[in-house]
Design a protein around this ligand. Structure first.
Ligand SMILES: *[C@@H]1O[C@H](CO)[C@@H](O)[C@H](O)[C@H]1NC(C)=O
Ligand SMILES: *[C@@H]1O[C@H](CO)[C@@H](O)[C@H](O)[C@H]1NC(C)=O
Ligand SMILES: *[C@@H]1O[C@H](CO)[C@@H](O)[C@H](O)[C@H]1NC(C)=O
Ligand SMILES: *[C@@H]1O[C@H](CO)[C@@H](O)[C@H](O)[C@H]1NC(C)=O
Ligand SMILES: *[C@@H]1O[C@H](CO)[C@@H](O)[C@H](O)[C@H]1NC(C)=O
Ligand SMILES: *[C@@H]1O[C@H](CO)[C@@H](O)[C@H](O)[C@H]1NC(C)=O
Ligand SMILES: *[C@@H]1O[C@H](CO)[C@@H](O)[C@H](O)[C@H]1NC(C)=O
Ligand SMILES: *[C@@H]1O[C@H](CO)[C@@H](O)[C@H](O)[C@H]1NC(C)=O
Ligand SMILES: *[C@@H]1O[C@H](CO)[C@@H](O)[C@H](O)[C@H]1NC(C)=O
Ligand SMILES: *[C@@H]1O[C@H](CO)[C@@H](O)[C@H](O)[C@H]1NC(C)=O
Ligand SMILES: *[C@@H]1O[C@H](CO)[C@@H](O)[C@H](O)[C@H]1NC(C)=O
Ligand SMILES: *[C@@H]1O[C@H](CO)[C@@H](O)[C@H](O)[C@H]1NC(C)=O
Ligand SMILES: [Cu+2]
Length: 576
């Protein structure tokens, strides 16, 4: 096997003038028993904590996390939203950026937090392990700068998630075996707790005391595997300040809307005098709940003014209907980036590379499962799949190393004979149809299974249109791009029209995020500058859909200058 020689990697700070800190963490992934809903089970946790311990840093800091796995399944940890400039070796995607950690293995992830403040998060990127292996990444402004808004008095991390009484790996294995839906979680959770509306929970639920007159920064992470969520606090409005760790033009709402993978930082002013109020989270889902089921009971936690007696009534926030698409449109229309001295916007005004990807479902023609009797939960006896441009991504699993290692060799002129390193992902669908019209014939709903990468020249200005399709059903697939945040310059319903849609784009201050949902029965247009070489997964952050192959990989080539190239692979880079 051909090996690139390895060097110890030092992160060289090119931007920050002083005061840069390196922060060290040890993460041990091991089993621990956890009880919720009067049900105890063994879960894989980071340092025995659920949710896992937060990482806290200032912008500009370098983070060094030694991850040791003591659990039986292979795992990796992904630092969701961290740009990993020149450090793609630490992105934590199995077989895409690294071989996974086997039981007993350690790997030290090292990366710098640059040009990002607010909240991001980390999570396992194997199977459905992120259900329990996750935690917040809290990034304060650079030590020499403050917030472009009054500094909040206190802060509260809020991680939305789910709890299954069953083992989550069994849940996804059963879903893949039967070809369709899965057993939904037994509870929604806030910081690991279902809260007072669930049975057996009164001793478990989170209680947070607040003080009149103070302001609180709520750092809300949607770590749910499969649900977009509403989040609200009774009798308090929330002023949104940051989206996916970028400052936004502030807007005030009663209810947040957060897709899986996204983060929202908002300010709550404790301006009432006393009382107890629920913070609550409830599912946002556009398809019919009989087709795409979800838990009906919101997760709750208590917010309680200091000095309040507990005899007061407890107020519950109200949410829009689970399928209120007008609320989604309203929310999206509020999202704009803040252009300040703390954050310069670089919205690509001209395009070097235009991509058009259909995203949606498909069916498997794999004879081991279809048609009936085994694919009982699928569609007409076929297992349901996900696809991008009619290709279901096959994660290489028997590879000798990662796709990133192949990409690195490729850019150095070393020939790669691995059949998984196929750079033929199409820029447009290979056959076109009315994407949001009547369903195309059954015979056309079987995507190709392949590991095909889209490759992009260093520093190209990329425009990517994502088009939802009517195959099986519409959905608001929240797509996450590793290695980048991107500007969401446009969105609309029906089919994207290259002649008329661009006229509606916001090229001044569009939202800048790392995860964004395609419109239900519509499209979005995103732009980014490909200034970060590497092999970057691009996938639906609904975990079921990712498990179905609704993924692809961008290979962004290196530039010529040394700061446009990947660092060398680290000494402890895992081997397969
Ligand atoms: C991590 O673990 C090593 C070895 O046990 C120890 O020397 C080091 O102090 C720990 N670091 C932190 C930040 O806990
Ligand atoms: C979890 O509980 C079971 C049953 O009580 C016990 O056998 C096991 O050792 C516990 N696991 C851990 C990690 O504490
Ligand atoms: C909780 O579960 C235990 C055993 O799992 C059972 O004996 C007990 O009755 C349950 N408690 C309630 C309140 O149902
Ligand atoms: C990142 O921030 C540094 C200052 O901290 C600035 O010099 C640099 O231009 C920024 N880069 C981008 C892409 O915004
Ligand atoms: C709580 O238990 C009652 C009685 O068994 C049941 O009707 C109700 O649905 C349960 N609530 C939740 C949220 O599971
Ligand atoms: C909270 O809001 C409800 C209406 O949603 C209102 O009836 C109640 O008086 C409010 N409570 C306080 C303490 O403001
Ligand atoms: C509390 O603040 C909100 C805005 O955050 C405002 O709408 C409301 O009127 C204030 N209430 C009081 C009692 O000051
Ligand atoms: C929203 O969902 C409810 C059932 O949960 C259904 O009755 C209603 O028709 C749906 N509305 C729309 C606009 O789809
Ligand atoms: C269907 O499932 C059964 C039992 O799980 C298994 O024995 C059989 O081989 C499966 N059939 C096919 C066609 O996969
Ligand atoms: C696509 O289908 C939609 C819904 O049936 C229809 O309104 C639209 O006219 C069709 N577009 C084309 C170009 O055929
Ligand atoms: C998807 O590709 C398969 C071949 O791999 C083809 O049979 C099918 O018609 C295509 N479907 C669409 C919607 O393009
Ligand atoms: C775990 O990863 C190793 C390579 O690191 C691979 O050989 C093995 O097949 C993987 N195990 C499973 C169950 O995927
Ligand atoms: Cu999806």
């Amino acid at each position: 096997m051909w090996m690139i020689c390895c060097f110890l990697v030092h992160i060289v700070d090119q931007h920050i003038l002083g005061g840069v800190t390196t922060r060290y963490y040890n993460f041990t992934v091991d089993y621990a028993n956890v009880t919720r809903l009067n049900h105890t089970k063994s879960m894989m946790l980071v340092n025995s904590q659920f949710p896992g311990p937060p990482i806290t840093a200032h912008e500009g800091d370098t983070i060094v996390v030694k991850v040791t796995s003591l659990v039986q399944p292979n795992i990796t940890i992904h630092w969701h939203g961290v740009k990993q400039l020149q450090t793609g070796w630490y992105d934590g995607v199995p077989y895409v950026t690294q071989c996974p950690l086997k039981q007993g293995d350690s790997y030290t992830y090292r990366f710098q937090l640059l040009n990002q403040t607010g909240t991001l998060w980390y999570h396992a990127h194997t199977s459905w392990h992120r259900a329990s292996i996750h935690g917040a990444i809290i990034i304060y402004p650079h030590k020499d700068r403050g917030y472009p808004f009054p500094t909040p008095n206190r802060e509260v991390p809020i991680i939305l998630g789910g709890w299954w009484n069953a083992d989550v790996e069994d849940v996804i294995e059963a879903a893949l075996a039967t070809g369709g839906g899965y057993s939904i979680p037994d509870a929604l959770t806030i910081n690991g707790q279902p809260g007072f509306l669930y049975n057996y929970s009164s001793s478990d639920a989170t209680r947070r005391r607040i003080r009149q007159g103070e302001s609180y920064q709520l750092r809300v992470v949607n770590a749910c595997l499969n649900f977009a969520m509403y989040f609200a606090v009774a009798n308090h409005s929330l002023t949104v300040r940051e989206l996916d760790s970028a400052y936004c033009v502030p807007f005030t709402v009663d209810v947040l809307l957060i897709a899986p993978g996204q983060t929202v930082d908002c300010i709550l002013n404790a301006n009432l005098s006393e009382g107890q109020f629920y913070m609550a989270a409830s599912v946002f889902s556009l398809p019919d709940p009989l087709t795409v089921p979800f838990p009906q009971t919101p997760a709750t936690a208590f917010l309680e003014y200091e000095g309040s007696s507990r005899i007061h009534p407890v107020y519950m926030p109200t949410f829009p209907a689970h399928n209120d698409s007008s609320y989604r449109d309203f929310w999206d229309s509020q999202e704009r980036s803040l252009n300040t001295s703390d954050q310069t916007l670089y919205v690509p005004q001209t395009i070097d590379r235009e991509l058009f990807f259909t995203v949606g479902y498909g069916l498997s023609s794999n004879s081991s499962c279809s048609p009936l009797p085994n694919c009982t939960a699928g569609f007409e006896g076929y297992r349901i799949l996900g696809a991008v441009n009619n290709i279901t991504f096959v994660t290489p699993s028997s590879s000798d190393t990662s796709l990133l290692q192949y990409a690195y060799r490729y850019d150095r002129g070393v020939s790669t004979s691995n059949s998984n390193f196929d750079l033929s992902f199409p820029d447009d669908p290979e056959s076109t149809f009315n994407y949001t019209g009547p369903q195309p014939p059954l015979s056309t709903r079987f995507p190709e299974h392949a590991t095909r990468l889209s490759h992009i020249d260093y520093n190209s200005n990329v425009q990517l249109v994502l088009q939802d399709t009517s195959i099986l059903l519409f959905e608001t697939h929240p797509f996450h791009l590793h290695g980048f945040s991107f500007y969401i310059v446009g969105r609309g319903y029906g089919n994207y029209d290259p002649a008329t849609s661009p006229a509606t784009f916001n090229l001044v201050n569009p939202p800048y995020r790392n995860t964004f949902g395609v419109n239900y029965g519509g499209w979005i247009a995103i732009r980014f500058q490909a200034d970060n070489p590497g092999a970057w997964l691009f996938h639906c952050h609904i975990e079921l859909h990712a498990s179905w192959g609704m993924e692809t990989v961008f290979f962004v080539h290196e530039g010529n200058a040394s700061n446009q190239r990947l660092q060398s692979p680290p000494m402890d880079y895992p081997v397969c």
